[in-house]
Design a binder for this molecule. Structure first.
Ligand code: UDP
Ligand code: UDP
Length: 472
């Protein structure tokens, strides 16, 4: 009923990393379009960049809570992108525990208002929000930023962690709770599962967050049923109170609706201008390793040589502040490739007609965005759930190929220039690449249908709110 929808209100509490925040901003926009009021709780410096992103949405508001001052973290750091390296991630995650009090104060104020929130959507890293939500009698929905299959595998592996300890890393691994569409090995699991140390602080943190997760009211998933329906029962079996996984994705497509419906012509960035000049459709490979991965400068040299040797035009986003093209390369790549060192609009790039492939680290957002745009992936997974995502995309869905890794584990170079060159040539010009592109394009059509009126994700969103209103 539209009248009750107008007063519906949701609290969203994203973890302060781009890969966690951006999909929840897309979700906020989708809710706002359904006339649902959204309050995003975050810290002051994150609020500043989020404000720009949601400027056209009057019913999304920002609530600021202060970030604690913590010894050992850089001053003023409120976001993982401000951390000098991955080593700081755990102290940062730990520090967010201190947000509990101000979070509860903000929640209490909202509960006393005319439109008390129907639920809290919390990042899974904030396990403690379960206690807060229970204290105030508000349902907690948890968001992991991962796919259903990866979450089910990871949950099952944690559950059986002690048994995994003695297993050789490359032996095939059968988990009793989930049937995987590819051969799984321990090496594919997130690193803490390779040799779990039960008394380790990080392990304990994950345990705590996992226990809170299991007792949540529901799970918001950035995926769509047509892609991962068969893994949902296994994933849901880890939730002790019968929580449901609500597949609402691809969340990035809710943002795209805005791009497409916008009456303002979208601003033309350097990347878009350059892509417009590449006249052959599907001819350019887009290269990006996301916002977290540490890629050494010598490895970046290898990427540069591999891309140049492949002969295909490329658009490459580089995060390293210290790296520059190896000498002599500048001339060679002139006109053939664009290297960008700033933040780009990845969704816009992937949906450009000139883009024909994506050399990606397979972060789940990148996978969803590639699938949404119907672009096949050349998978180079690095950490966390990326190895599982890559196998799913390549072996499970047939919508990508894998780069070959250097066998010598001690080497600083993980992927050689030859492997990059060969991978790019096959994806962009070979038969296997053509097959993967066809699969990706098919998935893209299904993904876009899912978020339209009558589509699976669109209808799930309506059902979720019908159920939340009954619950309140
Ligand atoms: N942005 C982002 N992550 C970054 C940098 C930028 O998501 O690390 C996005 C941000 O959400 C905003 C836009 O890019 O929509 C501009 O952000 P920024 O705060 O960097 O603004 P600037 O300093 O470029 O004015
Ligand atoms: N992204 C972007 N522009 C950039 C770099 C990243 O828009 O220059 C976005 C990208 O589209 C994705 C997110 O940042 O939505 C990165 O998330 P992902 O899960 O792919 O990887 P992570 O950075 O978490 O490893």
């Amino acid at each position: 009923m539209p009248s009750s929808r107008l007063t519906s209100h949701v609290v969203i509490f994203p973890f302060m990393a781009q890969g966690h925040t951006l999909p929840l901003l897309d979700l906020s926009k989708a809710l706002s379009r359904q006339q649902i009021k959204v309050s995003i709780i975050t810290t002051p410096s994150n609020a500043k960049s989020i404000a720009k992103n949601i400027a056209n949405y009057p019913n999304i508001n920002l609530i600021e809570i202060p970030f604690p001052i913590v010894d050992g973290l850089p001053e003023g750091c409120e976001n993982t992108s401000q951390l000098p390296s991955m080593e700081f991630h755990f102290p940062f995650v730990q520090a967010t525990k201190q947000l509990q009090k101000p979070f509860e104060q903000a929640l209490e104020t909202m509960l006393k208002s005319k439109a008390p929130p129907l639920c809290v959507i919390s990042d899974s890293f904030f396990g403690w929000t379960l206690v807060s939500c229970q204290a105030f009698g508000v349902p907690r929905l948890v968001f992991h930023g991962m796919g259903v299959l990866s979450m089910a595998i990871t949950k099952s592996a944690w559950f059986h962690a002690p048994k995994l300890e003695s297993m050789p890393i490359l032996d095939s691994l059968d988990l009793p709770d989930i049937k995987t569409p590819f051969t799984l090995t321990k090496a594919d699991l997130p690193e803490p599962l390779h040799s779990p140390e039960l008394d380790d602080q990080f392990y304990q943190f994950i345990e705590e967050a996992g226990e809170a997760d299991a007792k949540s009211w529901g799970i918001i998933v950035n995926s769509f049923e047509e892609l991962e329906k068969s893994y949902i029962p296994s994933f849901e079996s880890f939730y002790v109170n019968g929580a449901k996984a609500w597949c609402l994705g691809p969340l990035c497509l809710y943002d795209e609706m805005e791009i497409n419906n916008s009456t303002n012509p979208s601003h033309s960035s350097t990347s878009t201008q350059w892509l417009n000049e590449q006249v052959t459709p599907d001819s350019v490979i887009y290269v990006s390793f996301g916002t977290q991965a540490d890629v050494s400068d010598s490895q970046l040299d290898e990427v540069a040589f591999g891309l140049e040797e492949s002969g295909f035009p490329f658009l490459w986003v580089v995060r390293s502040k210290t790296w520059s093209l190896p000498s002599g390369m500048e001339e060679k790549v002139k006109g053939k490739g664009l290297i960008v060192k700033e933040w780009v609009d990845q969704r816009q790039i992937l949906s450009h007609r000139s883009i024909g492939g994506f050399l990606s680290h397979c972060g789940w957002n990148s996978v969803m965005e590639s699938v949404s745009a119907g672009v096949p992936i050349l998978a180079w997974p690095m950490i966390a759930d990326q190895l599982l995502n890559a196998k799913f995309m390549v072996d499970g869905l047939g919508a990508g190929l894998s780069v070959k890794r250097v066998q010598n584990q001690g080497s600083k170079i993980l992927v050689s220039r030859q492997a990059i060159c060969e991978g790019v040539k096959e994806l962009m010009g070979g038969q296997e690449g053509r097959n993967a592109r066809e699969r990706a394009e098919g998935l893209g059509r299904v993904a876009r249908r899912a978020v339209q009126k009558g589509g699976s994700s669109h209808d799930t969103l309506i059902k979720l709110f019908d159920q939340l209103r009954v619950f309140m």
